[in-house]
Design a protein around this ligand. Structure first.
Ligand code: ZN
Length: 119
């Protein structure tokens, strides 16, 4: 289940960032998840909860922004979002297209909060 290793790397990244600020714990982790990845959102959320237990990210909210698939034609540079069925040919000239968005899995930001705020 590769969502588990992705969740682990998200938590590792967030925790190492939070450690630079000793008084802080992690409040929110915002990630951008491409629609055209093999990551299952629900599985990632479950894996995140499991991995975050007992870490500075234990109370953190994982916010997932799903990035729609977008392609651009190699030939005429037309940019479009394939409506359905992931057809990788240009709708204008029929040439192959490259994927320009929708495959990302990146942490966009991490929000920290002061531990004093929680009792
Ligand atoms: Zn084209």
């Amino acid at each position: 289940m590769h969502e588990l290793s992705i969740a682990q790397s998200i938590v590792d990244l967030a925790v190492s960032e939070a450690r630079k600020h000793p008084a802080l714990a992690i409040k929110t982790i915002k990630i951008r998840l491409g629609e055209f990845t093999s990551v299952v959102r629900e599985a990632l959320e479950l894996a995140f909860d499991a991995v975050a237990l007992g870490t500075l990210a234990a109370a953190a909210t994982l916010e997932i922004e799903v990035v729609p698939l977008a392609t651009q034609c190699f030939n005429c540079r037309l940019s479009f979002c394939p409506a359905q069925g992931f057809c990788f040919l240009c709708t204008r000239c029929g040439a192959p297209v490259e994927i320009v968005a929708g495959t990302e899995m990146q942490v966009e930001y991490i929000e920290l909060f002061d531990r004093q705020e929680v009792s």
